[in-house]
Design a protein around this ligand. Structure first.
Ligand code: PHE
Length: 455
């Protein structure tokens, strides 16, 4: 059986950092600000926070339970815990979701490498905000250049995956996360002090309730799942590597807080800066690639060397944060192929790398030469993002909640959150209530609302 030869994370801290490494990534620094910008600012953030704490954390603990108890990657975990019936399809849905996300996510991850390169070759110095806009457009619409970076990024991910779980994932997360954290705080402080930044702060902190629409709810829920790496079995796959001393509730809380903190700080970097230089907050996926170099140039305009170093550091750390997330996405599919079809890890990884590269190429071209191909009015990149983040992840999360809340043996559920009775179970009844009722009904209502079924 594959159960006994599983490696595990070296320590409790290792488990938290690896899960946080998966959660913190482009979702926080790239996707959160542009979704916030598209959906009216502060109201979106309020609903987002609700989704994180009411739906996200309990579902995260549920996924941890599934992973640690089954000791299997998500594709197999449902089958181990519920051998009969259709539950295994939830696992497969998760694998497919992660696979698709990895495809387009790597495109943006590739952009971060281009920006490392541009920062290092001094191309940011002295540019105006409109020059940053055209620089990004020229780059992202170029048919070749983004594909090169995409390929480089996929290969980096591949390399870490093939080296194995403990060495690759855990070691890299430990050093990089804290560093990114510090830099994000510094940049947020700089951005808030720019002239005209108040409007951006107001946009982030003063909710305008007239902006609430069904899209705001769907967007906030999707972003919460995306950002926490939930709804596709990523964290449950990681939890299959957790040791028995890892505290599930505590780990979920830590990951949730770190993730939210980074996202909100990213908002505090982007919006004051965007308003300060007159860039619309709903600029979409390009937002951080345009505003951020700007913030750095302006904040350190008197000290070019500092601006230079800071830009390189920021994009290097962003690329690494993206890497710890792509690793986790890749790991789900690789572990699935490895366990289900008994391919060697390196063969499994190669299959995933090559096929995701193809999805990446299509998504990247969709932003330039192929932008005229649309589905429901969205180019293929946006359509893939919509389908995965706003539909497949919340569905996966809903099924995980139902599975742990209703299907598996209640003793298992209790044993897992209390580490076999050694921890107090203060919030246990609330947790069960959310899994059984609030999460499934809440997610269903948000879907129905979006479809216009609630009137
Ligand atoms: N949570 C990651 C981020 O915010 C993205 C991700 C989603 C990773 C789903 C794994 C699974 O960047």
């Amino acid at each position: 059986m594959h159960h006994n030869d599983r490696v595990s994370f070296g320590s409790r801290l290792g488990a938290i950092l690896a899960a946080a490494g998966s959660a913190v990534g482009l979702g926080n620094i790239w996707r959160f600000p542009y979704e916030t910008g598209n959906h009216g600012g502060a109201v979106f953030i309020l609903i987002y926070l609700g989704c994180i704490f009411i739906l996200g954390l309990p579902i995260m603990i549920a996924e941890f339970t599934i992973g640690r108890h089954s000791k299997a990657s998500t594709g197999e975990a449902f089958k181990v815990l519920a051998p009969k019936g259709y539950w295994k399809w939830v696992g497969y849905l998760g694998v497919l979701t992660g696979f698709l996300i990895l495809g387009y996510y790597s495109v943006v991850a590739g952009w971060t490498l281009e920006y490392v390169f541009e920062a290092a070759t001094g191309q940011f110095a002295g540019k105006s905000s409109s020059e940053f806009v055209s620089m990004f457009q020229q780059f992202s619409q170029n048919p070749i250049r983004p594909l090169i970076w995409l390929t480089v990024f996929m290969l980096l991910t591949h390399f870490v995956i093939v080296k194995g779980v403990q060495k690759g994932i855990e070691r890299s997360s430990k050093v990089l996360m804290p560093l990114l954290f510090i830099l994000v705080v510094v940049l947020a402080v700089c951005s808030v002090m720019l002239p005209g930044a108040e409007k951006g702060i107001e946009f982030l902190l003063t909710p305008d309730f007239s902006k609430i629409t069904p899209d705001v709810f769907l967007g906030a829920m999707g972003q919460a799942f995306f950002s926490l790496s939930l709804g596709m079995g990523c964290l449950s796959t990681y939890a299959s590597y957790f040791g028995k001393e890892t505290r599930l509730g505590h780990t979920a809380m830590s990951v949730g807080l770190i993730d939210t903190f980074v996202a909100v700080l990213a908002g505090l970097i982007i919006f004051p800066a965007a308003f300060s230089v007159g860039i619309e907050p709903d600029a979409g996926p390009s937002l951080i690639f345009i505003t951020l170099p700007n913030v750095i140039q302006q904040a350190f305009s008197g000290v070019p060397l500092l601006a230079y170093v800071c830009s390189i550091l920021f994009y290097v750390l962003l690329a690494l944060a993206a890497l710890t997330s792509t690793i986790s996405l890749h790991e789900v599919s690789t572990a699935f192929l490895h366990e289900k079809f008994h391919f060697t890890r390196s063969k499994a990884a190669t299959i995933i790398t090559v096929s995701c590269l193809l999805i990446g190429i299509v998504s990247s071209l969709a932003l330039g030469d192929w932008s005229s191909y649309t589905i429901a009015g969205m180019n293929l990149f946006d359509a893939l993002d919509f389908l995965t983040a706003k539909i497949m992840l919340p569905l996966g999360g809903m099924f995980a909640a139902i599975f742990v809340g209703w299907v598996i043996d209640r003793r298992i559920v209790r044993d897992e959150v209390t580490n076999y009775g050694t921890l107090k179970a203060t919030f246990y009844p609330v947790y069960i209530f959310i899994l059984k009722f609030i999460a499934p009904i809440g997610i269903a209502l948000i879907f129905m609302n979006e479809l216009g079924l609630l009137g």
